[in-house]
Design a protein around this ligand. Sequence first.
Ligand code: C5P
Length: 314
Amino acid sequence: MPSYTLLAPAKINLLLEIVGDRPDGYHELVMVMQSVDLADVIHLLSLSSEHIQFQCQHPEVPQDSSNLAYKAAALMQSQFPGHGGVQITLEKNIPIGAGLAGGSTDAAAVLVGLDLMWNLGLTQSELESLAAQLGSDIPFCIGGGTKLALGRGEELSPLADLDHLYAVLAKYQSLSVSTPWAYNAYRQAFSAQYANTPKAQEARRRQGPSVPLLQALQASQDVRLGQCLHNDLEKVVLTEYPKVQALKAAFEQYHPLGTMMSGSGPTVFALWADKDQAEAMARGVQEAIADSDLQVWVTKFCASGIHLLEHSSA
Ligand code: C5P
């Protein structure tokens, strides 16, 4: 039976600004999202029956229909019936509950892989529309790279490539943050400051922290870019998780271009233009904190999202 193997990169947020509430209950956001080369691998094997099978060795990945990759296959089957089923095998390298879109990128890989396997010829924008039905970060994960994301996170526009940069990522293995919790905690603390009409939201966006960051990006000013990193969710997550705050402070001692929590956390990253300096910092932080619960990765920014690694038509 035909099989496809896809690479599914993680993402970090260089910017996450919460503008206000949306009528659909989500938050109106401005985000700058960036793919990095820490990636899961997804194998898809075509099944002649209509079954969707899912397997993953990682003990914390749900093995049932609550898994986003499973949901992506079910959505494709309901939209494009008659192509049979699929066995999904996930090699999980991206930490879970980390703010790195690990579950979202796996779902994006299933959408891209089934489009290929079933010869559907969907455009990237058609794939992104399907992805938006499953989660706010999944449309970005399809094409990846460096993108501005507005709305719920699904209105995407490309930005200048940053694939010369590196990010050192660090996460305490035993800590994970629930994304709905982080957004709800933010709403409870800050909803009095929300811009809730389209006009007020547009005005807020024009004065917000994305303006200097996008200027730095456009002008290829890495130092300024590092200084303009911004994530509103830090205000609730860092207060709730002092260990994450301390990790960020430990990163700052190495004077990277910038350091910030990604997404709803708890992963913290530090930005570097130089690979040797990034690696030296990764070693230094591991030695200084000396906690076997701390995981550290040196990653490179990458210019694309899901891509095909292998295909067999046998
Ligand atoms: O879309 P997704 O399922 O990934 O979102 C997870 C949670 O994050 C939502 O249930 C919501 O609490 C929060 N969220 C939000 N506004 C967004 C995106 C996510 O409030 N634009």
